[in-house]
Design a protein around this ligand. Structure first.
Ligand SMILES: NC(=O)c1ccc[n+]([C@@H]2O[C@H](COP(=O)([O-])OP(=O)(O)OC[C@H]3O[C@@H](n4cnc5c(N)ncnc54)[C@H](OP(=O)(O)O)[C@@H]3O)[C@@H](O)[C@H]2O)c1
Length: 291
């Protein structure tokens, strides 16, 4: 973590999946630099622990915990309302919560779990926070960062079966959700750059976080095989922190693009503007009942 420069005093940062892994690391960095930091977490207990630890380690008491289950759009919608009511201007949103699922399951609202957790919930949160981010944009550049993955290269989206009813595989579901994150960043940029909002997505590397133990047998095996090659959580969070806070021109002008190790990187050939536009429309249709 860089020495505390206090350069984020007066800014409000929102980080989802902030109790663990790279989300926790990034939230701690923002807090350490003076940002009012909003942690969006699934578990009250884990979120509370993370909030106390960040307060203790950074001395910043402006850390706020909000609870939402990203498996349920109604939960995300309710938390978005609370956040916007408490913080009408937001400077940065890091859409980071996510994971993989060994077997296919469907939420009580009818969405495949990986689709809703990794994409639709962040999409809905973004939509509902956009007015507050636009206000943040009036104070200076507002930013939205999506935690994608190299896994987005797995395969193109099948718009006829986004929930993978026909041929579910955990890596396929995960990879496609990460492609959705990348495409959403691009489309946010197109639609909201006029409001002084910049969007981006990134791959953090293969990072030694708890994620590998949570996603079923394939993720667990991959976690064991890749473990010697994985990077630390600090390194994994570096590009997110840079995209969310750096004054470097490459970061300020991220332009909806995809980054690895702070470097603009060409995504999979099927990550087209056309699919980004289509995904936006289809996702809007799915989340609109929960607004
Ligand atoms: N680690 C890697 O190698 C790697 C590589 C590429 C991309 N990524 C991406 O990086 C992001 C962060 O992952 P990480 O590696 O830091 O793993 P992590 O430590 O497991 O963090 C994931 C975070 O997302 C939260 N989350 C998961 N499901 C949720 C739900 N239904 N509702 C609310 N929050 C939920 C987790 O909460 P709980 O603690 O309650 O589970 C946790 O806070 C993910 O989007 C992941 O896809 C990671």
């Amino acid at each position: 973590m860089p020495a505390s420069t206090q350069d984020l005093v007066g800014k409000t940062y929102v980080v989802t999946g902030a109790n663990s892994g790279i989300g926790f690391e990034a939230a701690k960095d923002f807090a350490n630099r003076g940002a009012t930091t909003i942690l969006v977490c699934r578990s009250q207990v884990r979120g509370q622990e993370a909030m106390e630890r960040i307060k203790q380690e950074t001395g910043n008491q402006g850390i706020h915990l909000y609870i939402a289950d990203f498996g349920l759009l109604a939960s995300v919608s309710a938390v978005a309302d609370k956040i916007v009511s408490d913080f009408p201007a937001i400077n940065v949103l890091c859409n980071n919560a996510g994971g993989s699922n060994g077997t296919r399951s469907v939420s009580a609202e009818g969405f495949e779990t990986t689709l809703v957790t990794n994409h639709l919930s962040g999409f809905l949160l973004t939509q509902k926070l956009l007015p507050a981010l636009s206000k943040g944009g009036e104070q200076g550049l507002a930013r939205i960062v999506f935690t994608s993955s190299y896994g987005h290269t797995h395969s193109p989206l099948n718009f006829d079966d986004l929930g993978l009813e026909k041929d579910y595989k955990s890596l396929k579901a995960y990879g496609r959700s990460k492609l959705m994150n990348l495409l959403t960043a691009r489309e946010v940029q197109k639609r909201y750059s006029a409001q002084n909002i910049v969007a981006s997505s990134f791959h953090p590397g293969a990072v030694r976080t708890p994620i590998w133990g949570k996603g079923g047998p394939v993720a667990r095996i991959l976690g064991v095989v890749l473990y010697p090659f994985m990077v630390s959580i600090e390194k994994g969070a570096d590009t997110m922190i840079w995209l969310a806070s750096s004054q470097d021109q490459a970061s300020v002008q991220a332009n909806g693009e995809y980054f690895i190790k702070r470097t603009r990187t060409t995504p999979a050939s099927f990550a087209t503007d056309e699919s980004a536009q289509k995904l936006w429309q289809v996702s809007m249709d799915m989340v609109t009942p929960y607004f």
